[in-house]
Design a protein. Sequence first.
Lengths: 110, 112
Amino acid sequence: DAGITQSPRHKVTETGTPVTLRCHQTENHRYMYWYRQDPGHGLRLIHYSYGVKDTDKGEVSDGYSVSRSKTEDFLLTLESATSSQTSVYFCAISGGAEQYFGPGTRLTVT
Amino acid sequence: GIQVEQSPPDLILQEGANSTLRCNFSDSVNNLQWFHQNPWGQLINLFYIPSGTKQNGRLSATTVATERYSLLYISSSQTTDSGVYFCAVEAYSGGGADGLTFGKGTHLIIQP
């Protein structure tokens, strides 16, 4: 299995608070991604990175920001969490072709 | 953006049966992958198959890129095959890896 970890694995937070999710890889892959999974929508791309400090928006980027200061870490930040951001968040990595997914983070915003 | 449609949305089979899952996509693709999401939520890579045919044990997949569809075959189903099967594609962009667009999945239940 690809070496991808996500932290935390579960989080409950209140509306309006900032939240940061971390994705860590040990594969030295160039590309990293954040997706969210919601019932009825499958997985949707939030943001992705194609190198250190190089990021771009995905389909559902509003309300989220990302940062990648090292090859191995990709952070997803919710500046002010809303109930609509309750979801399961998956990180993925790729060397340019096949993507591999982390275990996911279940985030609940109350 | 590219559209991905999977069929059927739900499928209930008896153990030992065979099944075919279909994925249609609306544009040329760089990448097509099939995943199995198990009941614990883990996404497991089944195939990376932007074109051609591959087999792995009881599973096989075929992508006909010129006709914009892919098929996943599961033979001799087992209860552990239950879960949601996703098809995901990356639209051809001529550049780097821009992220996958997922279908809504096929929910497969294998009954003993």
